[in-house]
Design a protein around this ligand. Structure first.
Ligand code: 1DF
Ligand code: MN
Length: 351
């Protein structure tokens, strides 16, 4: 598989990559401090104990690339034909930080830094607002600042916050701010919380290989089944990794959800206005991060609709030129390909 990966759209579309990560030095230092002090959860100890300390080529190269929001990143985008990167503060952001004041200062600095880099390269970089869900009211204000003053598009949450999920009513100010600003919420994976990670960690399955997807798919399901889209009908939620397996599960999810509702098995499981499948087709978008695989992309397009699947590279964690070629060579219509690579992201992120 070889063809030139040019930017500029001469093949019929721009390539907009939607799940592209950056880090700050103080963020990585804070993770390492927590890992060494024993205050990190088991997932962060596994994930960032590795990336922040391993001498392996994977770890050191990823750290270098995460920290760069300038020439090296642009060169890597040029080399793989990425026209625009939608950038977000890498997982788990400041969500594991135990000191809420420290978390807010750190994420504010990350947002400010990202805004400066986007301003320096306005045709190549788009920023997403990061928040500290530990303080929902503050996060709501940061969403408004990100959308207004900083010119960001979309809001990034790295799944659970110290074992808590966004369906807890205390996080409602975050959804109110999303509704008021019209911003989509991207739920990016995090390692599972301590209550969930045990058997995965034992088998080396806690990270991006599997644990990420299980945990994040469950997070989205918790939101759907609590009725988040009945409460906020215009809300759009994005998940990566081809929908964290949910498209493949939809038939069973709806059958068992409806059976559970009818039999009143769980207090929390209330009737919803629509089926899970219909919410997925009206309020959820998925990206191809880490899943450059033709059968899965076509399946997601057929189940969710061509308007709901967007390209992502997941730089720098999966920086693979051939995966861009896989997208270019998909056996789908030109219209569907342009939606996948460019116009769905333009619509969802309001670029
Ligand atoms: C990894 C993968 C790490 C993804 C990530 O953030 C991440 C990894 C810390 O391979 O350890 O965003 N990913 O989205 O697949
Ligand atoms: Mn990612």
């Amino acid at each position: 598989m070889t063809h030139a990966l040019n930017t500029g759209g001469d093949h019929g579309y721009l390539r907009i990559a939607t799940e592209e990560a950056f880090a700050t030095r103080e963020q990585i230092d804070a993770y390492l401090r927590m890992v060494r002090a024993g205050t990190a959860d088991r997932g962060m100890t596994s994930l960032w104990g590795f990336y922040a300390q391993s001498p392996s080529q994977r770890a050191t190269q990823i750290i270098d690339r995460l920290l760069d929001l300038g020439d090296q990143r642009l060169a890597d985008m040029d080399a793989t034909g990425i026209d625009v990167a939608i950038l977000s503060f890498t997982s788990p952001g400041v969500q594991p930080l135990l000191d809420m004041a420290e978390a807010k200062v750190m994420v504010t600095r990350a947002n400010d830094h990202l805004a400066d880099c986007c301003a320096a390269h306005p045709t190549r970089f788009v920023g997403m607002t990061s928040i500290a869900p530990q303080d929902p009211d503050w996060s709501a204000a940061e969403i408004r600042r990100g959308t207004g003053d900083l010119g960001f598009r979309g809001v990034m949450v790295n799944s659970h916050t110290q074992g808590e999920y966004l369906d807890d009513p205390k996080f409602d100010p975050i959804f109110r701010a999303l509704a008021d600003t019209g911003q989509p919420l991207y739920i990016h994976p995090s390692t599972p919380p301590d209550a969930m990670i045990g058997p995965m960690l034992e088998a080396g399955l806690d990270g991006a290989i599997f644990g990420f997807g299980v945990e994040t798919g469950m997070h989205l399901l918790r939101l759907i089944t609590i009725g988040i889209f009945d409460r906020y009908p215009d809300l759009q939620i994005i998940v990566g990794h081809m929908g964290e397996a949910l498209p493949y599960w939809l038939y069973r999810l709806d059958y068992m959800h409806q059976a559970g509702v009818r039999s009143q098995r769980y207090e929390r499981m209330k009737p919803l206005q629509k089926s899970i499948r219909d919410y997925m087709r009206s309020n959820v978008c998925v990206t191809t991060s880490g899943m450059a695989w033709e059968p899965a992309i076509k399946f997601a397009q057929s189940v969710l609709g061509e308007d709901r699947v967007m390209y992502a590279m997941d730089y720098p964690y999966q920086y693979v030129a051939d995966e861009v070629r896989t997208h270019d060579l998909l056996d789908i219509s030109d219209t569907a390909k342009r939606k996948l690579m460019q116009t769905n992201a333009e619509r969802v992120f309001r670029l």
